[in-house]
Design a protein around this ligand. Sequence first.
Ligand code: FO1
Length: 306
Amino acid sequence: VFTVLCGGVGAARFLVGATAVRDPAQITAVVNVGDDTVLHGLHISPDLDTVTYTLGGVHNDELGWGMTSETWRVMDELTSLGGPTWFRLGDRDLATHLYRTGRLAEGATLSAVTRELAHARKVRTHIIPVTDDRLATIVTTAEGELLSFQEYFVARRHDVAVVAIEFEGAPRSSPAPGVLAAIADAERVVVAPSNPLVSIDPVLAVPGIREALAERRADAIAITPIVAGAALKGPAARLLRELGHEPTAVGVARLYRELVGTFVLDERDAQLRSDVEALGLRCVVTDTVMSDPQRAGALAEAVLGA
Ligand code: FO1
């Protein structure tokens, strides 16, 4: 069995590769929920949906979120009502949020609902939210404003200076059923190439996860989300800089050095190998840019077989 700690798109691409080279039923994805939001009374879980849609073959790769062949009739109608439309929910995507919200209102846990949604989409990989409890990533801007993650990321287009990131609810949260066992029992634990500060940190903020991962350090491996000093998607490099970390793969390796024994560097950053090794990490250098499923499969093979 293999376990992958996940944010959204980068993690989902890695999972496509992993499930091509290993039995999907032997892979567990432990997914960030700090991006979750409630809008129109609906519970939206962007990272869980990105992972589930991608593995289900229905992810909208052009948009980077939501479903393929999407239509926007509900959003259009909401616009004419003067409702909030800054966060765009497609008609097909809405079905997921309706289903999730309805089941949560009936008392189902988020992990149970996630399992049902994955099953309905014929996804065999185990997808588990890191916690069933409320955990919300909150960003403090340089102006002292507190923003929910989606206000920061979508409404402000992550174009504001950030001075702090908190995970509201994390101290009181517990890992969802199966999460700690998935880390303890895995042949390899992979930290996906996701944003370390807003995708992986909230996962590690759930009490017990960081310790469980550190126990597995020898078999744990992280893939850089930063290549040549830039994130492939999103504000990772900028956030690293703003929060006092080096905005490079080495800066990310430094954040993970107590938790993983091996760090995967992109071949474009091969010259950083000795810096990574100087942190006490084994270093694998390969192509980490998963521009198609074949490349994702090759990366997964290099990582799971490392
Ligand atoms: N991102 C946007 O930039 N604009 C949107 O309108 C938007 C809508 C949306 C709806 C459902 C969903 O699951 C994700 C959505 N996202 C949108 C993406 C999402 O906010 C972020 O990409 C992730 O939270 C970052 O991991």
